[in-house]
Design a protein around this ligand. Structure first.
Ligand SMILES: N[C@@H](CCC[C@H](N)C(=O)O)C(=O)O
Length: 314
């Protein structure tokens, strides 16, 4: 199991029997969702792995527990930053490991809170939630939600602005190791550019790509092919496949799409657009760069969110 983030002290694992759950996805990145308004369901890493098992469980790339921020140590830190962040997205990867952030998960989480009547998001309004990657603000869009994901950063910052690449990635199906750039969206990503869609198809992601050097807490690896031409009507387009830390290949990764847009824009240089569409096996997500008060650049991720089923664990 991926030991990425320190576990804080938690109560003994909950009994799963009788627990209500929903199943949802954002562009095919799928999650088991559990509402825990009393903060009494400390679902352990092992239980998450059981529930996310695609043959013996419900199946999912990760599990999201909705818990009031005031009932979690990490949540209380978030409340100090923003007292409006009533709900905390307690996210775990399918293998039970913690991650700081999940971009598709945030949209599905908000959709779940609304469906369960736990929060309100009136048209024109916004909802603020807590995550291990900080406070996120969400608004509705025509076909889903847009999330202010906050700022991005280079993971290996030395001279990064001047440098195109900082690591080498090898994967089954790629004959030689490829140069890559590592970007943090709260969680770690390593973006590898490929020249052709056929090369992207031939890359095999059953096993984790090898990244050298690997970011300290492991990394999610995005393989991207820029469109030709790259920009159409002011919007850049990129096609992406991803191998996620703690999961394996997934149909989509929201934070990965943001990291891919950061890397491609960096490689494209001056004049590259601030609006991107990222095509993933499970659909399309939008990424935009914008400047907030104080001059810092933030990334917005947009896309759909769907709840497909709800039930009770036996
Ligand atoms: N699929 C997510 C990212 C989930 C976490 C990731 N596997 C990690 O360990 O950082 C997304 O949509 O961002």
């Amino acid at each position: 199991m991926n030991e990425t983030l320190a576990e804080t002290a938690r109560p003994a694992a909950t009994t799963l029997s009788g627990l209500r759950f929903s199943k949802g996805h954002g562009t095919g990145n799928d999650f088991v969702l559990v509402a825990d308004p009393e903060g009494v369901h400390a679902i352990s890493a092992e239980q998450v792995a059981q529930l996310c098992d695609r043959h013996r469980g419900i199946g999912g790339d990760g599990l999201i527990r909705a818990v009031p921020s005031r009932l979690l140590d990490e949540g209380r830190q978030v409340l100090a930053e923003n007292p409006d962040a009533e709900w905390f997205m307690d996210y775990r990867n399918g293998d039970g490991s913690l991650s700081e952030m999940c971009g598709n998960g945030v949209r599905v989480f908000v959709h779940f809170l609304l469906a369960e009547g736990l929060a309100e998001l009136p048209a024109g309004g916004s909802l603020t939630i807590g995550t291990r990657g900080g406070v996120k603000t969400i608004v509705r869009t025509g076909d889903g939600y847009a999330v202010d994901m906050g700022p991005w950063e280079f993971i290996f910052p030395d001279d990064a602005a001047a440098r195109a690449m900082d690591s080498l990635v090898s994967a089954d199906g790629l004959e030689v190791a490829r140069p890559a750039l590592s970007v943090s969206m709260g969680n770690p990503h390593t973006v590898v550019a490929l020249a052709e869609l056929s090369e992207l198809q031939d890359t095999r992601l059953f096993t984790a790509p090898h990244v050298d050097p690997t970011p300290a807490n492991g990394t999610n690896v995005e393989f991207v092919v820029p469109a030709e031409p790259l920009v159409h009507d002011g919007v850049g387009t990129v096609t992406m496949r991803v191998h996620e830390r703690g999961v394996g290949e997934t149909q989509s990764c929201g934070t990965g799409a943001c990291a891919a847009a950061v890397a491609i824009r960096h490689w494209a240089g001056q004049g590259a657009p601030d609006a991107w569409q990222v095509k993933v096996p499970g659909g399309v997500v939008g990424v935009k760069f914008f400047t907030v008060a104080g001059g810092r650049e933030h990334v917005e991720l947009s896309g759909p969110a769907t709840i497909v089923a709800s039930g009770t664990l036996s």
